[in-house]
Write a protein that binds this ligand. Structure first.
Ligand code: MN
Ligand code: MN
Length: 277
């Protein structure tokens, strides 16, 4: 397998760097998310569809560079390795588009971004706030990345949408960190998502209703339709888009690759925004 350095050296110019993080060690309920990246790529390049975004951009002809998967098996500290890899990508002026893997990958990605950008904003799609101080004693758990991000003061604003599992502890954490949690019960179609700083988008597939995205570890009915999520992505107002991740696709739970197709669609529509810069 080629190293990330080798892949980066093979690319002429820069652009959006698609990179897979095959990790599910920090999942709490089911494993499987580590096998997602190659299946998402396969859906993206499926001859059943094309590489055009709804806004009319051909991402097949744009500077979207596939940098492969970061090898994480047997690595002592996978999150440190992700942060280091992201540092490398950013030093080559790539805009990262990460494929999970479980949601724990977002913390090291944002750590690396913080070194390059001030006033970071995050828009986080998820059924879960992922604000636990720890889950079963694990602070690296996929249930905790946004607690770590907020504790370290890495971002100016964290806006969450799709939340429908906030318990007492996570509500307290949201209050403590000033997280803007837009719960599903309060969400309305056509909501304005406006940011004044550079924006990172973190998309956990379980933000969607399991009817739209069955390939996830944690079924939480009552989520967004795929169309509602796309409409939000297309409508975001921000001065710049600095990266994104799509996490928590679990192929062992998928039906006929439906959720892989949803991931591929989200990649296209999110990439359309990343290419606006
Ligand atoms: Mn999550
Ligand atoms: Mn989730």
């Amino acid at each position: 397998m080629k190293t990330l350095e080798t892949r980066l050296n093979e690319v002429t110019g820069t652009g959006v760097g698609l990179i897979g993080f095959p990790l599910d060690l920090n999942s709490s309920f089911l494993t499987g998310a580590a096998t997602a990246p190659p299946l998402i790529r396969k859906a993206l390049h499926s001859s059943a569809t094309n590489l055009w975004t709804e806004s009319g951009l051909d991402i097949g002809a744009a500077d979207l560079h596939d940098l492969g998967d970061l090898p994480l098996v047997g690595v002592d500290d996978p999150l440190a390795k992700i942060e280091q890899a992201m540092g490398l990508l950013l030093s080559r002026q790539f805009i990262p588009l990460g494929l999970g893997g479980d949601h724990s990958i977002t913390w090291p990605i944002v750590r690396a971004l913080r070194k390059e950008h001030q006033n970071l904003n995050i828009l986080h799609f998820d059924a879960h706030p992922d604000l636990y101080d720890n889950l079963e004693g694990k602070q690296d758990s996929h249930a905790c990345p946004f607690a770590r991000i907020m504790e370290e003061g890495l971002v100016e604003r964290l806006v969450q949408v799709g939340i429908r599992t906030a318990n007492g502890h996570q509500r307290e954490q949201a209050e403590r960190f000033g997280v803007e949690m837009i719960e599903m019960k309060d969400w309305q179609p056509g909501i304005e998502l406006c940011f004044t700083g550079p924006l990172y988008i973190s998309f956990d597939l379980d933000a969607l209703d399991p009817a739209h995205a069955p390939g996830v570890s944690h079924f939480e009915p009552g989520g967004f339709s795929t169309g509602e999520a796309i409409e939000m992505i297309q409508g975001i107002k921000a001065p710049g888009f600095i990266g994104a991740d799509i996490v928590e696709y679990n192929p062992t739970r998928d039906l006929n690759g439906m959720t892989a197709a949803v991931c591929a669609k989200l990649i296209k529509e999110i990439a359309a925004r990343l290419f606006e810069d």
